[in-house]
Write a new protein. Structure first.
Length: 132
């Protein structure tokens, strides 16, 4: 059966999983909206989203699009000017904050595997995303 169609064994219903191109456009629009925010966008003194952090976020998003079976991330601005990606379905959590130096600060939890750290390269982060 196609990766886009999955059968729920209990109900027999077929769930349609979106292809990356379906959610990629939504995520691109979200990054564009984040890029248009001004300083103090949260009314608590937040920094304006950093253009370099956004550049790295777009690069990361393009890499995600090319991966198979990657679900749509939630993308949010961080009050420090960084961009955050999040995957969480109750059985796993991956939070990735991309800063203006291109570093990925992450928190990963799936089952008993729990870790956090900082990566300068997207490859280890992509490996975590594809393991979700």
């Amino acid at each position: 059966m196609s990766d886009l169609l999955k059968t729920d064994q209990l109900s027999g219903l077929i769930a349609i999983r979106e292809s990356p191109n379906d959610w990629f456009e939504r995520c691109t629009r979200k990054l564009q909206a984040i890029g248009s925010l001004e300083a103090d966008w949260d009314s608590y003194g937040s920094a304006r989203p950093d253009s370099v952090s956004l550049h790295y976020a777009y690069a990361f998003l393009h890499l995600l699009r090319d991966k198979v079976n990657v679900s749509e991330p939630a993308i949010t601005p961080n009050p420090t000017g960084n961009v955050c990606f999040e995957w969480d379905d109750g059985t796993f959590t991956l939070l990735v904050e991309i800063d203006a130096a291109g570093r990925c600060h992450y928190y990963y939890e799936k089952g008993s595997d729990e870790r956090e750290g900082t990566e300068r390269d997207f490859a280890p982060i992509l490996q975590m995303v594809t393991s979700l």
